[in-house]
Design a protein around this ligand. Structure first.
Ligand code: AMP
Length: 618
């Protein structure tokens, strides 16, 4: 494929901010690329020659480019610099100077996408003596063959400044539009002017003319009444493309699979050691009960280490380490590389882990902030590794000896980790875990986890697959930063609308030497129907006989009912007599059976929690 065609696409992408238009132009272009070219084309469209997780850099400074432009255009460097000072854009400078030159020389060989891609990749392979000159030659060679517009984009790509606005969403959609036209056309419309099948919009993305009323109407009906099955089919395709991307993190690989093997190809994308996979994410649970509701009983409960995610890959002697954002940090952690080689059986694997810092003197875990500087460190790496050592806590395995395990149930994956990792304290260990189905046992384990300096627990579904990139309920974090408070209801308010028959918000108080001091008002956490749990109706029935005074919707009640309340934070507040207020309070349960007003939390408790919270934030 000619580079001029790609440059033309850049121009089109650059000329619009509209997502549909960008997607359309990109998809039309992708259709033209052959299976062999597609990988390079997709990377180049993103202004790169390696996928984002690849740490290789072109390493070309402005000064190098100035020399290359000068040599390719036969212009003195001083002139290049002067032009650069005028526009501040070396891409435009290259375009201008190359154009001048072209007018006076015969056309050189036409640039191809492959040639540009290969030359740019070669730049990363050069180092040491003479490498700068060799790099200049490679760039000058491209610029000598480039026409003005092409030169502009070559330079911008080298500088990492292409920015034509092709984000992940656009690439994903463009792949669908390019390679699954039958499914996509069902949700598209026919342009009344140029008769192209186009995405529904006010104006045609191809010819720019306004769509006829009929076409617009067709678009609206298909979107609204749904051509539901067509929409569904389209969404399934997008989902499959996304899934394949989550496993490979390279739209080039995904597009090639889609083009050559269709849906089946996308479904069969393989994971491979060395290529990072989007990590599975956790949901949050407020209570152990809530976590178990989602994860099922029994569930696996693990320490939640306060470190950073580390995806560990090995293929023979090569090890790669990726962060949660898939940045390659292998060079920053030579200690972890060694540790993996020494304490994990196997030549080829991908494991998911959390690296946690510890104090080399006390051997106690330290919070993430203490070691975060290791992630970006470029110098004194060995020294920093000694001062800020980490322990790798392995909690999942995604592939082993070439076989993918992501579709296997978690229980099986966990068994595999236990077989292959020889736990060695403060080097590498299998995450500490129990399998349990009762709240009290899990609560005890939670306390132990906190006492051991971790953040709390991760509660995991035993039969779940590994779902890359998704925040599904396969693992839930349970941190319970603040302990719940048991508080007395001292007043309430009748609800409005469909809640008018209930007392639906409650004023809560803590105890201060026998005096009840208000600390907040709560109206969430209760259910509308009795069968779903503690309901507004039940609490209203409990409070009704206790009503002492009524002013409009507001009622004062004799303090008797004790509610357990969770919240995000305690704040100082002049609104309530206690001097504190609860942020986002939520009723957890009725504790009146076990606790009387004398047993509720005290102002002292509240002050203590307020201080702990402040310390934790510091
Ligand atoms: P959060 O960052 O608060 O959303 O919590 C999820 C993070 O906890 C994960 O991304 C991991 O980095 C970390 N984590 C710590 N221990 C574990 C564990 N045992 N299993 C899974 N993730 C863990």
């Amino acid at each position: 494929m000619k580079y001029s065609e790609l440059a033309e696409l850049y121009e089109r992408l650059d000329s619009t901010t509209k997502r549909l238009e960008k997607t359309y132009h990109l998809s039309e272009f992708l259709r033209k690329a052959s299976a062999d070219e597609i990988g390079a084309v997709i990377l180049m469209v993103q202004g790169r020659v390696f996928p984002s997780f690849d740490e290789r850099e072109l390493g070309v400074a402005n000064q190098h480019l100035i020399k290359a432009i000068s040599s390719a255009s036969g212009t003195p460097t001083a002139t290049v610099e002067k032009e650069w000072a005028k526009t501040g854009d070396l891409g435009k400078v290259a375009e201008l100077l190359v154009k001048w030159k072209k007018q006076s020389t015969l056309a050189a060989a036409e640039l191809t996408v492959k040639k540009v891609f290969d030359n740019l990749r070669k730049l990363t392979e050069l180092s040491g003596q003479g490498s700068v000159d060799r790099k200049l030659q490679l760039i000058a060679e491209l610029l000598s063959s480039a026409k003005g517009q092409e030169a502009r984009y070559v330079v911008r790509t080298i500088l990492g400044q292409l920015r034509v606005g092709t984000g992940a969403g656009i690439l994903r959609d463009a792949i669908a539009w390019a390679y699954f036209p039958k499914a996509v056309e069902k949700v598209f419309v026919n342009c009344s002017s140029c008769h192209k099948i186009i995405p529904p919009a006010d104006n045609c993305v191809e010819c720019g003319k306004e769509l006829s009323k009929e076409a617009k109407k067709a678009a609206v009906t298909s979107a609204a009444e749904g051509e539901e099955s067509a929409r569904e089919e389209y969404n399934i395709i997008l989902g499959k493309i996304q899934q394949a991307y989550d496993l490979t993190n390279d739209f080039g690989v995904v597009a090639k699979k889609a083009k050559t093997e269709g849906i089946k190809g996308l479904e069969n994308v393989e994971i491979k050691a060395g290529t990072p996979i989007k990590v599975m994410l956790a949901l949050k649970a407020e209570t152990v009960e809530e976590a178990l509701e989602t994860a099922g009983r029994p569930a696996q409960c693990e320490y939640k280490y306060d470190g950073f995610r580390l995806e560990c890959h090995r293929d023979k002697d090569k090890i790669w380490l990726y962060t949660r954002r898939l940045e390659n940090v292998t060079n920053q952690f030579p200690d972890v590389v060694e540790c993996l080689k020494k304490h994990v059986k196997g030549d080829n694997y991908i494991m998911d882990a959390e690296a946690v810092g510890f104090d080399p003197k006390t051997q106690k875990y330290v919070p993430f902030q203490n070691i975060s500087q290791r992630i970006k460190r470029k110098y004194d790496i060995e020294k920093t590794a000694e001062e800020l050592p980490v322990e790798v806590n392995v909690f999942d395995v995604l592939s082993y000896e070439g076989k993918s395990f992501i579709k296997e149930p978690f229980k099986k994956r966990r068994e595999l980790i236990e077989r292959i990792v020889s736990s060695t304290k403060r080097k590498i260990v299998v995450s500490k875990a129990i399998t349990a189905d009762k709240e009290p046992e899990i609560e005890r384990f939670f306390k132990q986890a906190k006492a051991d300096g971790t953040e709390g627990l991760m509660i995991k579904k035993l039969d779940a697959p590994y779902q890359p990139g998704a925040r599904v309920g396969y693992m839930l974090k349970f941190k319970k930063v603040m302990e719940n408070l048991d508080l007395a209801v001292v007043a309430a308010e009748w609800g409005e609308g469909k809640r008018a028959k209930w007392l639906s918000s409650y004023y809560l108080a803590c105890n201060s030497e026998g005096k009840l001091l208000e600390i907040g008002k709560v109206s969430t956490g209760l259910k509308e129907k009795r069968e779903e749990g503690l309901s507004f109706d039940e609490v209203t029935e409990l409070l009704r006989p206790l009503i002492a005074e009524q002013q409009g919707r507001y009622v004062k009640v004799k303090p008797k009912i004790v509610l357990e309340v969770a919240y995000e934070e305690i704040q100082k507040s002049p609104t309530y007599e206690s001097g504190y207020a609860l942020r986002f309070p939520r009723i957890i349960r009725n504790r009146s059976e076990e606790k009387g007003v004398d047993d509720i939390n005290t102002l002292e408790d509240v002050e203590r929690l307020y201080k702990t919270q402040k310390k934790m934030k510091a």
